[in-house]
Structures are given as C-alpha cells and as structure tokens.
Design a protein around this ligand. Structure first.
Ligand code: 5AD
Ligand code: FES
Length: 372
C-alpha cells in the first residue's frame, strides 16, 4: 500500500481514482499524504496564517437549505440583523488590531435594500480604514449587476460554497424549487470570477448520501474551475433541520473530521498557491481542529468578531464553538493556537491568494500595484 500511495503522490496530476485512493488512505499512507501537503504549503506559502475577521452580520435567510440551522423554515431561533454602526465597530476592531481583512457574512437575501446597504457599508469600511482592510463578502447568490456594484465599492473576494458539485446530491440536500437551483449557483460562481473577484468555493464533507467519488469530483471541479480560495468543512447535523432524519446513516464525526483534513491536504497538493480556510466547523469536532488543518495545508483563519450577544444565533450546526466569547477573547486564543500549530500570524497584510495574482497577471498583464 505504502508504495502505491507514494507513487500517486509523486504524480503531477491526480485522476479521480488517485484521489479516491488518497481519501481512503490510512496509517502510514495517511501520514505520507499529510507530509506532502505540509511540504507544499511550506514551499509555496510558508508557515503562515492570515486572518479574516468574520462578521456574521445577519442570520435572516431567504433560503431553506435542508442542512442549515439558520434556514428560513427554522422558527427555533431569534433572528438578528446588526446595525450599520455595530458592523462598522466590528470592522474598526479588526483594523485597530491590524487584521489585514474582514469577511462579511450573512444569510442569503436578494433585494434592492440589501444591495444598497452592503454597497454603502463597503464604502464606509473602506473610508474608515483608509483602504487598508481587505474585504471578503459571503452573502450568497445575487444578480451579476449586484456583484459588480459591490466589487466596484471595494469588495475584492467572494466566498460562495457550491456545497456539492454532484447535482443529484445537491438536489437531495436542498428543496426542489427554483430558489435552490444548482445551475444558478454555478452561474453565480462564474459571474463572480468574470467580474474579477478572488473567487472561493467549497463543499461540506460527510453529508448524507455523499460518496468518496462525489468528493473526488468536487476537488476536480475546483481545479478545473481554477478557484482562488477554498473553504471546506465537515457537515455537522443541526437538530432543527430536515436532514436530521438521516443522522443514523452518517459516518462518525471523527471520520468526517479526518476526511475533511484529507480533502484540505489534497486541494493544497492539487492547487499549491490558493488560499485555504481552516473552517470553524473543524473545531466543533476537535478542540484543536483548526490547528491541525493549518499544519497540513490551510493558511487562512477567520476569527469571529461578531458582537458576542449575537453569536449564539448564528448556529449553522450544533456545537458551534466560541459562541460565548468576545472578539478580544478570540484574538488572544487564536494567536496562541496558531503558535501551537507552529504557524506565524501575519498582521497588516491582505493575504491575497497568490494564485489570484498569477491568474490575473496571466490574463490581463495588468501591472496595477495590488497590496499582497
Ligand atoms: N454543517 C456544516 N456546515 C454547514 N453550513 C451550513 N449548514 C451546515 C451544517 N449543518 C455551511 C454551508 C454554508 C456555510 C455558510 O455554512 O456550507 O455555505
Ligand atoms: Fe440560508 Fe441555505 S438556508 S443559505
């Protein structure tokens, strides 16, 4: 077995079968996989981590994804929407603490009000930070003009997880209606990339009905689509969602966790210079889950800087960590955690994906001086 995995790891490109073998690897083979991915991270990125201060500014959502705790149909939670001043205060905290970037995340809503509100916030955050804070948006599917207006207002990265690239599996974990269309989600991703965003996507790992073949397809898609950023995390059931009825069929949490680490290691090997997030959901399973992800390939961590009183209500899944903490608590805690992973936190830099700058230079030969 050892020799077989070693041979695969020496290849330039992985086939679907290669990926499945690596996802199945155990013992020494698994160690070989993680050693290879750590080496690649070290070589292409260095042993570094960049922060994106995460502001979960509203848990109001227009969609009803069957796995998600903040789905519209869940009446068992209080809905909140931070005021603009609260959002600006959180952004100011990030700036004052020299985080290079923030990420604005919320449930998915499409309306002229939301479009204007976010556009306005982007302007104000840029102004408040003298253009120094990088801004990632993660507010779901929108029309191309909306994406464009936000890009022009200063957002330069966008995260939109495809959740699963197998359209049949996608249809099993979403309601069957036009508000949850696989094709629309794909075209949104394409639009984001065409507009010029650093574009990130990802999937959940360990979903009901999901196979290793599906996960291999997800990785091949990310490579083919040429993403700049990847955020993948384990699926964790939420008691107030329809998918809870399939809990018995799931693999144990520890296995979902391990499979997520293997997926992260694989995407690092396949796409050496992209940004990879160590998802918070990892820490819901293993207290040092994010540190493990950083060791084997992730280079982005998203400290939660949402005001403490709202955190309990942004529960996408059960056992979400750090919901009792404040932004200051997360700050000290994370820095200590990253040094446990022997990683150095880089302050005051956007930490753009190198992949993006190279892709952009190749495409446009644009010499505009971006802050990396
Ligand atoms: N378990 C893990 N991740 C989840 N998400 C939503 N619900 C869950 C869950 N139950 C993820 C989705 C979404 C992101 C914001 O959170 O991938 O895109
Ligand atoms: Fe809110 Fe899916 S339920 S995005």
């Amino acid at each position: 077995m050892g020799k077989f995995v070693k041979e695969i790891l020496d290849k330039e490109e992985f086939s679907r079968e290669d990926i499945i073998s690596l996802l199945e690897s155990e013992g020494e083979d698994r160690t070989l996989l993680f050693t290879k991915s750590s080496e690649i991270k070290e070589k292409y990125i260095g042993n570094k981590v960049w922060y994106r201060g995460l502001i979960e500014f509203a848990n109001v959502c227009g969609k009803d994804c069957l796995y998600c705790g903040i789905r519209k149909g869940n009446r068992n939670l209080e809905r909140y929407n931070l005021t603009d001043d609260e959002i600006l205060a959180a952004a100011r905290f990030a700036h004052a603490n020299n985080y290079g970037s923030i990420a604005l995340q919320s449930g998915e809503l499409e309306s002229p009000f939301v479009t204007d509100r976010i556009g306005n916030l982007l302007h104000r955050i840029k102004e408040m930070s003298n253009g120094e804070l990088g801004i990632t948006l993660s507010v779901g599917e929108q029309e191309p003009e909306v994406y464009k207006s936000w890009f022009d207002a200063g957002a330069h990265r966008y995260l939109l997880r495809i959740e699963s690239t197998n359209r049949l599996l996608y249809s099993k974990i979403h309601p069957d209606n036009s508000n949850h269309s696989f094709d629309r989600r794909m075209s949104c991703l394409k639009n984001l990339q065409d507009i010029g965003y650093q574009t990130g996507t990802g999937v959940m790992i360990g979903l009901p009905f999901q196979t290793l073949n599906d996960l291999a397809g997800d990785l091949l898609f990310m490579k083919e689509f040429n993403i700049d950023m990847c955020g993948m995390g384990p699926y964790i059931e939420h008691a107030d969602t329809p998918l809870i009825e399939y809990s018995e069929s799931l693999m144990p949490l520890k296995e979902r966790f391990d499979l997520t680490l293997k997926m992260i290691a694989l995407i690092r090997i396949m796409m050496k210079d992209i940004n990879i997030v160590a998802a918070t959901a990892l820490q819901a399973i293993d207290p040092i889950g994010r540190e493990k992800a950083v060791r084997i390939g992730a280079n982005i961590v998203m400290p939660n800087i949402t005001p403490g009183k709202y955190r309990d209500s942004y529960k996408l899944y059960d056992n979400k960590p750090c919901t009792d903490d404040s932004a200051e608590d997360c700050q000290g805690c994370l820095e200590a955690r990253m040094s446990l992973a022997d990683a150095e936190v880089v302050y005051g830099e956007w930490g753009d994906s190198k992949h993006y700058s190279e892709r952009r230079d190749k495409n446009t030969k644009n010499t505009e001086n971006y802050k990396q």
